[in-house]
Write a protein that binds this ligand. Sequence first.
Ligand code: TQI
Ligand code: ZN
Ligand code: ZN
Length: 169
Amino acid sequence: HFSFFPGRPRWTPSNRQLTYAFLPANQLTATVKSVFSRAFDRWSAVTPLTFKETDSFYGADITIGFFAGDHGDGEPFDGVLGTLAHAFSPPNGRFHLDGDENWVAEGDVSTSSLSSAVDLESVAVHEIGHLLGLGHSSVEESIMYPTISSRRKKVDLASDDIEGVQMLY
Ligand code: TQI
Ligand code: ZN
Ligand code: ZN
């Protein structure tokens, strides 16, 4: 079953729109950015929310960056595998990914030649759930279940995820 963060924090944007920005220093490709766009689309499809990319990093509601190791927020990344990413509860908006992972943004992660390959979209859909206010779920099929078998693509919201996010929005 789905859960929320303590106090059930959520976003209350006046126009139902949340903006997101990529850390300019990461210089992400259009392919990588499109993975995040698809991940946001999965949540906007089941809520009144829309997500719009902005170039204004400091003005954005949600900020997305890849960092390696200690990056100044007290939750250092740990190299290949282990922690892959973290996101904070509303209205913080910070979404950090471990720059040391072997992220797969294109093609099929299960056929990657790297045993440590991680599917970027699967992790993004999960972390956006946290950004919107969902904690972990006890339902194994849900996106918010706290483990994922590596080299697996898991991007479709389960009814549990949808019920949870629709209680918030
Ligand atoms: N990162 C953890 C996660 O996102 C960080 C975390 C632990 C966390 N407890 C939390 C974040 C409570 C918010 C609230 O769950 S992770 C998965 C999954 C991770 C794990 O790198 O371990 C996914 C990132 F669910 F598969 F285990 C993405 Cl999909
Ligand atoms: Zn961080
Ligand atoms: Zn999680």
